[in-house]
Ligand binder design. Structure first.
Ligand code: CA
Length: 221
């Protein structure tokens, strides 16, 4: 059984999401406070975390995610109520895998969560290894290293890199990259691609031959 932790202080939203995930056969744990969220996540070891950004108390969803990422790569979906929060999600390197804007349909959230898990599962079934100078990428083992030093990527960053590796040498448009690395269910704009590309370049290093193709998008190798 798959398990999920939902961190949300609005009881009706939490209950609605819990209802939908339980209907799908998930084991659901709820938490309504940022300061307790990490304890709940550490004790439950869920397959997925849904994290509301605006939480009462001392820690908001950003704080929880930042701390969670020091020890865990569990996929995280943010719930957000405001545009300026979306800018922060995209601008900060929080390692969130996706976000949904309130008000949302619970069905959409379930679909989004499944899509993220599918992406993660999909990359493990096509064992591929790629080397670019000192950079080595093992898609099967989810391992990336530069000069022998392991690099930690968020799940979505890895999905993007995997898609680029699988299509290496091909110039890909931002829309193609969104469809391929985020999945057909993802709704959003293409600046997400640019933000993630920037993070990949920074984290993996300039030895990764990730080329900006003017007027098109990006190409690896
Ligand atoms: Ca809230």
């Amino acid at each position: 059984m798959q398990s999920i932790v939902i961190v949300e202080d609005e009881q009706d939203i939490a209950d609605l999401l819990a209802l939908y995930f339980r209907k799908e056969g998930w084991d659901v744990s709820l938490c309504d406070e940022g300061v307790r969220a990490l304890d709940v996540i550490r004790s439950r070891q869920p397959d997925f975390v849904i994290l509301d950004i605006g939480l009462r108390g001392e820690q908001d969803g950003f704080d929880v995610c930042r701390e969670l990422r020091t020890t865990s790569n569990v996929p995280v979906l943010f719930l957000t109520a405001r545009d300026d929060e979306i800018d922060r999600i995209l601008g900060l390197e929080l390692g969130a895998d996706d976000y949904v804007t309130k008000p949302f349909s619970p069905r959409e959230v379930v679909a989004r969560v499944k899509a993220i898990l599918r992406r993660g599962a999909g990359t493990t079934t096509t064992p591929t290894h790629a080397e670019f100078g000192p950079v080595s990428i093992d898609l099967a083992r989810h391992e990336v290293a530069n000069g022998g030093t392991a690099i930690t990527l968020a799940a979505q960053e890895f999905a993007l890199l995997a898609y680029l590796v699988e299509n290496r040498g091909i110039a890909l448009s931002r829309d193609q990259i969104l469809a391929g690395a985020w999945g057909p269910d993802w709704v959003g704009d293409t600046r997400t691609v640019d933000v993630h590309i920037r993070q990949l370049r920074r984290k993996v290093g300039e030895e990764l031959p990730l080329v900006t193709v003017r007027g098109t998008g990006y190409r690896l190798g």
